[in-house]
Design a protein around this ligand. Structure first.
Ligand code: PA5
Length: 431
């Protein structure tokens, strides 16, 4: 089997990074190990691949939902849905879905009336189930979606509605916990020491994924291998820490935007998960690297111009899957009217890979530093490995930046305004 992940970057040699960041990285790593780093009460994600809390229960409940439902609505926002959607989309077939798998829809990640109205219409005549996820149990967007969907489900299923609803929330706090305990539907716990954006390997991500038919044991075993591979405090041997260090070095040289790029269309939602992970973890106290993403080659014909030739404050991280997926050859044409016969001994995957290398070279020549992550294979194991790689890198990178990776104080500001504007009882109008 190919190596699960290799990292190549030509911006700074590993020796230079060791000289610049080696000591600091070791100290931060040791503080995380000792549980003395800032925000250490949220370091539980480091144990998830080995501990896999509630895994048997997750499998059992997922099997029941798969039996009952043709369509499952997963309600959540931010870290409460992005991880499961990212992995689901990354592993789903492009067109024909497996007929044993229920359709998975998401709600609570937007406040669109038409979206909800059409979702309810779509559920008509299909056996439905709902998984509602909110660590705090009080987030407005998913709470509204759940109120509407709960009423819909109660009207449809009456007494037996509890078989079709699962809540994933805090063990004792928040409105959703109270609702679950009172109503009696099944529930799972988001561990106290795991924040939303680091929660994909808890029931938050694992239950929807198991319902969707993803091999969550493989996902966890990939993540488990990554725990082992990224356990060293040494940048020279720990690629997650090398990634964290080179990002910070680039930032110190004025590269304050990182673009995650891939040539695999079904990886686009994973970019969204990555953006949330790094954006919420690092963007605070006036600091951070702005995380952006592109889906190439599509975006070579839109943002590609800017990346090649716009303001020089960008660096790009390319994700490639080494072992090709299914492939499609280029046919030879007798008349060759389109002039493409020069490609007819090649396949689409080969041309896709050449396009990626051509892009990396062009952007590097245009002044965009490049980081290249080569992932062994496009499967659940390697996606699990990549998830842990990014989590470990993100925590280290945020600490190097001098911020707490695990809080998100800025997210509260807009909430205060909506509560005031919607006249939530107890919220005072500011003059
Ligand atoms: O990473 C985080 O903590 C946030 O993005 C949350 O996941 C998001 O705000 C949703 O919060 P909750 O799960 O409490 O509804």
């Amino acid at each position: 089997m190919a190596q699960p992940l290799t990292l190549t970057q030509s911006h700074q040699t590993t020796e230079e990074l060791v000289a610049l960041y080696g000591e600091q990285v070791k100290n931060i790593h040791n503080e995380m190990e000792a549980g003395t780093s800032v925000g250490a009460e949220f370091l539980g994600w480091r144990n998830l691949p080995n501990e896999a809390p509630e895994l048997d229960n997750v499998m059992e409940v997922a099997a029941k939902i798969r039996e009952l439902a043709e369509v499952v609505v997963v309600i959540g926002v931010g870290g409460s849905y992005l991880g499961s959607k990212a992995v689901m989309d990354a592993l789903a077939p492009y067109f024909e879905k497996n007929s044993d798998d229920p359709e998975i829809l998401f709600a609570g990640q937007n406040l669109s009336g038409p979206y909800m109205k059409q979702l309810l219409n779509h559920l008509e005549g299909k056996e439905a189930a709902v998984i509602v996820i909110s660590k705090s149990g009080t987030t407005t967007e998913p709470a509204i979606a759940f109120r509407i969907l709960l009423e819909y489900m109660e009207n449809r299923y009456g007494e037996s509605v509890n078989d079709r609803i699962v809540a994933i929330t805090d063990k004792s706090q928040g409105a959703l916990r109270e609702l679950a305990d009172r109503s009696g539907f099944a529930s799972f716990i988001v561990p106290d020491d795991v924040g939303g954006r680091f929660s994909v390997l808890t029931p938050v991500g694992l239950l929807p994924l198991a319902v969707a038919g993803v091999d969550i044991e493989q996902l966890l075993s990939g993540a488990k291998a990554a725990v082992e591979d990224f356990s060293s405090a040494d940048i020279a041997t720990n690629k997650a820490y090398e990634y964290a260090a080179v990002r910070n070095q680039l930032l110190s040289e004025g590269y304050n935007i990182e673009i995650l790029a891939s040539f695999t269309p079904r990886f686009a939602t994973f970019h969204e998960w990555w953006k949330q992970l790094f954006g919420e973890s690092e963007g605070k106290d006036g600091k951070g690297i702005y995380p952006a993403s592109v889906a190439y080659p599509t975006d070579l014909h839109s943002l590609g111009q800017y990346v090649q030739d716009g303001r020089r404050e960008l660096f790009e991280t390319f994700i490639q899957f080494a072992e090709s997926e299914e492939d499609c050859g280029i046919p030879t044409s007798d008349e060759n009217l389109d002039g493409l016969n020069y490609l007819s001994d090649k396949s689409m995957n080969e041309i896709n890979e050449v396009t990626m290398h051509a892009t990396m070279q062009a952007h590097r020549d245009g002044g965009v530093p490049i980081i290249h992550l080569n992932v062994g294979k496009h499967d659940a194991y390697h996606i699990g490995y990549l998830i842990y790689f990014f989590e470990a890198a993100c925590a280290m990178s945020a600490y190097l930046l001098g911020v707490n990776p695990f809080d998100q104080p800025g997210v509260e500001e807009y909430k205060k305004n909506i509560f005031r504007m919607l006249e939530k009882p107890g919220v005072v109008e500011e003059k």
